[in-house]
Design a protein around this ligand. Structure first.
Ligand SMILES: [Zn+2]
Length: 278
């Protein structure tokens, strides 16, 4: 079976781009033995230290975009930033996980820049945190989204999409490469990414759901712009609805936010570890 890292390192070898994960570079780069010298036996050679899993936390909204406004005036952009900072703090002691935030202050970041930020850091997992408004004010509880898969039988369009995604996934210049092979590898990477996103969503919702209120139908899918990175396992978490008085009470309180963040960190960590191995 093809692993995610195998696919990505194959793409790296095929496309020869510098814009590939650092571990993919290392995997495809082998130093030839010096002439007249026996190569060092495998058992005696030291394995390089495994790089940490890179987790990107994306606090929704920010700056001129406040997001949802709660029943007592709580702004979503503040809630999401606070939760992301607390998740980072909860994971700070780990040497096997490296956490980056797409924003660390009250600033406006366009959605494509958030995804680009994740690519630049060779992310293993992308988690976007929100606390939006619900049309039904009684709706409450945590839910999580993965990207909805678009089913289409328009072959030509799919082919064009696939070609476009070469740049969209890694910023590769695919013009002088074997496009057919790249298309197959990209399709594999996309399927791996989607399956990993579904598994991450399931694990996070199931784990956190043992400790916090969930929305009635908590595992959801929609075409969010920040989830449109095909090879990167991505989940958008709605921590609750600021339009619901119960949820807002939890989300506006710094202590209960920190508890929720700890629960999320407890689930994000094993997901990141699995992706690091994959
Ligand atoms: Zn939001």
């Amino acid at each position: 079976m093809y692993t995610r890292r195998f696919i990505l390192s194959s793409l790296a070898g095929l496309l020869g781009s510098a814009a590939v994960p650092s571990w993919a570079d290392a995997a495809s780069r082998k130093t030839p033995p010096l002439p007249g010298r026996k190569p060092v036996p495998k058992a005696a050679s030291k394995m390089p230290p495994r790089p940490p899993a890179v987790v990107i936390l994306d606090p929704g909204h920010g700056g001129r975009d406040p997001g949802a406004i709660g029943v007592t005036g709580t702004e979503e952009k503040d809630v999401t930033l606070s939760i992301c900072q607390s998740i980072r703090q909860a994971l700070a002691g780990r040497s096997d996980i490296k956490v980056f935030l797409t924003r660390d202050r009250d600033s406006y970041i366009p959605l494509p820049s958030r995804v680009a930020f994740a690519h630049e850091r060779h992310a293993d997992l992308f988690i976007s945190i929100h606390a939006d408004a619900a049309p039904n004010k009684s709706a409450r509880g945590l839910s999580a989204y993965t990207r909805a898969e678009k089913a289409t039988d328009d072959f030509a369009r799919r082919l064009a999409d696939r070609e476009n995604q070469v740049d969209a996934i890694y910023g590769f210049d695919a013009h002088a490469t074997d496009k057919q092979t790249a298309a197959i590898l990209i399709d594999l990477a996309r399927r791996h990414g989607h399956n990993a996103s579904l598994a991450a969503k399931r694990r996070i919702v199931t784990g956190v759901g043992e400790r916090v209120q969930l929305l009635d139908n908590p595992m959801r899918a929609a075409n969010f712009a920040v989830l449109r990175s095909p090879a990167l396992p991505s989940v958008l978490i709605e921590t609750g609805f600021l339009t619901n008085p119960h949820d807002e009470k939890i989300l506006r309180n710094s202590k209960s936010r920190a508890v929720l963040a700890r629960y999320l960190a407890d689930q994000i960590a094993p997901v990141a570890m699995d992706l690091r191995e994959a």
